[in-house]
Design a protein around this ligand. Structure first.
Ligand SMILES: [Zn+2]
Length: 142
């Protein structure tokens, strides 16, 4: 039994090391978690999405709150170093309790978020998403 268990564990470990990860910085809102993760998995053919949440993350990034951005960055770096993530996704969403801005303002904040993540020079692609009032994902162009 022990032997079989060990074999299974090793198989799992080797599978894990081959798994592809992406990283998402998004709001804490429960309505968007699976939506964003599943979209990223399908679109970029990754197995797992590491999620870094903060209420109204697009606003936090755009308002240049240095302490909070440093905290978010440290979590992104863990995801990249531990899981070899090659993609960081930033987003904002409709009906955000922590960011009651209009869509236009959200989109500006998402663009600013993209630029902040790019300024970290982490050798990753950076993508921005807007989750609209139909709970659909729109890609935000830079
Ligand atoms: Zn929100």
């Amino acid at each position: 039994m022990l032997y079989i268990y060990k074999l299974k564990k090793e198989n799992n470990q080797s599978k894990m090391s081959l798994s592809k990860f992406a990283t998402s910085i998004n709001c804490i809102d429960g309505r968007i978690q699976l939506l964003i993760s599943n979209w990223i998995k399908q679109k970029y053919s990754v197995d797992y999405v590491d999620v870094i949440t903060h209420p109204g993350s697009d606003k936090v990034m755009a308002e240049k709150n240095i302490d909070r951005i440093a905290e978010i960055k440290s979590k992104v770096v863990i995801s990249i170093n531990a899981h070899n993530s090659k993609l960081v996704v930033v987003s904002g969403h409709h009906d955000c309790a922590a960011n009651l801005s209009t869509k236009d303002i959200h989109v500006i904040q998402i663009r600013k978020s993209i630029n902040i993540v790019k300024s970290w020079r982490l050798q990753v692609s950076v993508v921005g998403l807007w989750i609209n009032d139909q709970w659909e994902i729109e890609q935000v162009q830079e």
